[in-house]
Write a protein that binds this ligand. Sequence first.
Ligand code: DCM
Ligand code: DCM
Ligand code: DCM
Ligand code: ZN
Ligand code: ZN
Length: 267
Amino acid sequence: WGAMGHETIAYIASNFVASSTASYFQSLLGDTSGDYLASVAAWADSYRYTTAGKFSAPFHFIDANDNPPSSCSVELSRDCGSGGCVVSAIANYTSRILETSLSKSQRQMAAKMVIHFVGDIGQPLHCEALDVGGNSIDVTYDGESTNLHAIWDSNIPESISGGSTLAAAKSWATTLTTAIETGTYKSEAAGWVSDLDINNAETSALAWAKESNADVCSTVLAKGITYVEDNDLSGSYTTTATPVVNLQIAKQGYRLAKWLDAIAAAT
Ligand code: DCM
Ligand code: DCM
Ligand code: DCM
Ligand code: ZN
Ligand code: ZN
């Protein structure tokens, strides 16, 4: 996701964490404001483009070597490369938050990584190898040349929220929080977090990756590459994608809240 998507996930999580969890992460992150999660949610995307942070580039995705749209699947041994992937990164950085032998700055960095990667794993094209996660599938959006990955990261989310600002993220998060508490997602939200276990973090994260990857077959590339390539996707394609984007953002925000609750409770 682009920064706004990550910020939305962070605000949803802020709305659901226990007050003791909020205190724990406000202290670790050195920010007692209500934006303590949203303010750091996109940091990992700037870090990966730095020389010091280059090692973390593979942590944002898992390259599922499946065959969409006819067959979708994720297998850790096949798809998580030697440099790591989003599933192994969530597990590693979750344990590092709790590793008391590390410095506070190392544990703070681990928290920023977890807050970001629990978001990225919900983006279907971050759980797909085909055409570099859709980066090499050229499309247009409102007449502008871009690629399939970028429109799922940013254009479609921004068409839902109304823009790329922190205010747009906060407003979208409020809408999705209400949907979880009393609306469309009320009956299913408990199921999103029923198997969540920070002590089996790879298993939990792999299950999330499989859900995202399934969306590649059912929605992102449902009609094949030729249906999207060189076409403008700002119309009916976006209409079809919108409920999937809303669901993935809502789910990962709610899961992030429960994940952070479990970490804070383990200290
Ligand atoms: N990005 C960045 N620096 C760059 C290129 C892109 O910070 N030189 C940001 C823009 C998007 C995000 O990274 O918000 C996309 O990241 P990903 O493609 O990993 O989702
Ligand atoms: N790192 C890791 N797993 C380890 C050791 C280090 O993922 N067992 C990562 C954590 C930091 C980066 O390497 O993102 C730099 O770590 P350090 O600051 O400890 O050198
Ligand atoms: N990306 C991905 N899968 C890959 C490579 C990249 O999901 N195999 C994502 C990471 C960024 C975006 O695509 O969100 C652009 O990556 P980069 O800036 O590395 O080209
Ligand atoms: Zn992306
Ligand atoms: Zn990312």
